[in-house]
Design a protein around this ligand. Structure first.
Ligand SMILES: Cc1ncc(COP(=O)(O)O)c(C=O)c1O
Length: 374
């Protein structure tokens, strides 16, 4: 199916990258990195030149998110997946409670289930439904996901928790475009290869004083074995000195910093309103076309970063995605494999322009409507 479809010249997007991560890194940022020549790549991450970039990025995130001054921005190697293990070992006391609405929130739960002394519990909803976290008496750690990348649901409300509870948010694919009240959050973390347009392999975490205190206390508890490389207390110490515990990819930090600077030129409010405009475009398109359906039924949970759009079964999305990729026009719009749906999952990240998203909708519609008229 779709093998004879050719994208008309006027609909070719200026950039083919619509994936939900890794996401579009601006070519200008890559060129800017190349221009740093001898000064960054291949130099020590313990020296001033690299530490300056790290500090600029940390300060830039403080500005962007308007963080309270006693919160820390920490970084380390391994991305969100490794960070699940770090916080399971170094932040959770004994009985975390997870809010599960997709594959990533479930993976986080499974990471904690693997730790012998933890007794995790969870509330689950069917994939495709949204789920807001609520306060849970008797649990020392609440785990929720700002944006479920697998299904395209975002959360819309956070609870107030007491002094004995850490509210932790996996913000990987929402950070930057789905705003939260940081005063309610103790631990907010993300990998930067989504809205923040960098490479994978790094985690960024924003910790409240309560979370820092918990991590440092557990770090000193010798009865609990935590491998050195996974000690959150090391990550806190080194991040305060604008460093990572072990050697990072400098390019990842560089791209992240460039994106933070770019987004700070607009400020969070403008970035979010642009995200809303793109979301209206995508969900409006899904509503308008009889062969499309937004996967997320309840409007308020529809993501501002990842649009999941079901397509009538008889139009084979994989065939069309392959044709578009082979023409170099559109990359990586496939659904999350395990969902097994005839669906496109499209990144609406900051660097994916409104105009290109509009072209993408027109390309898909044209391809399907050409099949209808055959
Ligand atoms: C919500 C969410 N959490 C965690 C991860 C894992 O991130 P990483 O692959 O950087 O470890 C992802 C990856 O896409 C994600 O979308």
């Amino acid at each position: 199916m779709f093998e004879n479809f050719k994208v008309p010249k006027e609909l070719i997007p200026s950039d083919p990258r619509f994936g939900v991560g890794p996401s579009l890194i601006p070519v200008e940022a890559v060129e800017k990195l190349a221009k740093t020549g001898h000064e960054l790549l291949g130099t020590s991450h313990r020296k001033e030149a690299v530490r300056k970039v790290v500090k600029e990025m940390q300060d830039g995130l403080r500005t962007y998110f308007k963080l309270p001054s006693d919160y820390e921005v920490i970084i380390g190697n391994g991305g969100a997946t490794l960070f699940w293990d770090m916080i399971g070992l170094g932040m959770v006391e004994k009985n975390p409670y997870h809010f599960i609405c997709g594959e990533f929130s479930d993976k986080w739960f499974r990471a904690n289930k693997n730790i012998p002394w933890l007794k995790p519990d969870a509330k689950r909803v069917e994939f495709g439904q949204g789920l807001n976290p609520v306060a849970m008496a008797g649990h020392d750690f609440l785990a929720c996901t700002l944006n479920e990348t697998s299904t395209g649901v975002m959360l819309t409300d956070l609870p107030n928790v007491d002094n004995e509870t850490i509210l932790a948010i996996d913000a990987t694919s929402g950070a930057g475009q789905i705003p939260i009240d940081f005063k309610k959050s103790d631990l907010y973390y993300f990998s930067p290869q989504k809205v923040f347009a960098s490479e994978g392999g790094l985690y960024v975490a924003i910790l409240s004083p309560k979370a820092i205190e918990r991590a440092l206390r557990i770090g000193k508890d010798n009865s609990r074995f935590i491998p050195e490389s996974l000690k959150l207390s090391h990550a806190i110490d080194y991040s305060k000195q604008n460093q990572t515990y072990n050697t990072p990819a400098i390019s990842t930090i560089f791209f992240l910093n460039e994106q933070v600077k770019l987004m700070n030129k607009l400020g969070e409010e403008k970035v979010v309103s642009e995200a809303k405009r793109k979301a209206e475009l995508m969900y409006g398109w899904a509503k308008e076309k009889p062969y499309l359906n937004a996967f997320i039924q309840e409007q308020k949970f529809r993501s501002l970063t990842v649009a999941t759009i079901d397509i009538e079964e008889k139009y084979k999305v994989d065939d069309l995605a392959a044709v578009l990729r082979s023409q170099g026009v559109v990359y990586d719009i496939d659904a999350y494999r395990k969902l097994g749906r005839n669906q496109y999952r499209i990144g609406m990240f900051h660097n994916v322009s409104y105009e290109n998203l509009e072209k993408l909708t027109q390309i898909i519609s044209l391809a399907i409507e050409s099949e209808i008229s055959l």
